[in-house]
Write a new protein. Sequence first.
Length: 261
Amino acid sequence: MRVFAIPILRNRWAYYCHSNAPASSRLTQAVDWSSKKWEQLGAAEPTTWKRKLYDRGNNLMNQLDYQEWFLKNVPTKEDMVASPEKVHVYHASLTSSFQVQKDLEQLLIEREPYHKKYMYYSAYWVPIACTFVIVPVIPNIPLAYNLFRLYSHYKAYKGAQHLRALDLDYTPSPDLDRLLGSQTYVTDDQVTLPREVEKRFSESSKPNIQDLLQQNIPGVLDLEKITQLSHHFESPGMDVELQRARYQILAQIAKKRFAQQ
């Protein structure tokens, strides 16, 4: 088990937890089975309701906070045969160990009670969502969503709880420095977003800017670098998680700059 702090901007980074711990709890095994069934929907023809449901569901999941996805990837204490004595948190020398430690500790302090609270909220809605079964052939979307959010908050809560209990060793990574050596960075207030982003905010209060931000932007972690990192550390999930974090961080910057103009 290891954690990576990958810089998206000079002063903004995303965490990713890589673990090969096998799923031992029945709950995790059940969710893994459900995930495989969900991915099968993505293999359906684009015009079918199964594929449309899959695409909309994926768009919804991509809107969930990238920090929640990070915590969900942290294996729970119950899922591990034995908790590691020490977990390395690897970061580029662009950021100091002190900065990363301060940021991660603050994140865990805030997120543990947050996800615990909304875990209970989601549980309260499950019985109500069960009443939405009208036609047996049609999936109960409200129930599926509430169960997903319940599990998501549970995993994030347990992940934050587990990380806080572990001995974390913050270590600069020569591999990260080498892979990111040619990457240039700016801070969040220095980044120059595509002009079309501002235009779309002037036309709509909730514009779709995903296509504009999912391209290389000077001073922001390149998309090709994300793929290289994922391949080097042999972690396919890192590609998806870092792209999601990158988009959300840039979208937050765009909203802060242009939403109230």
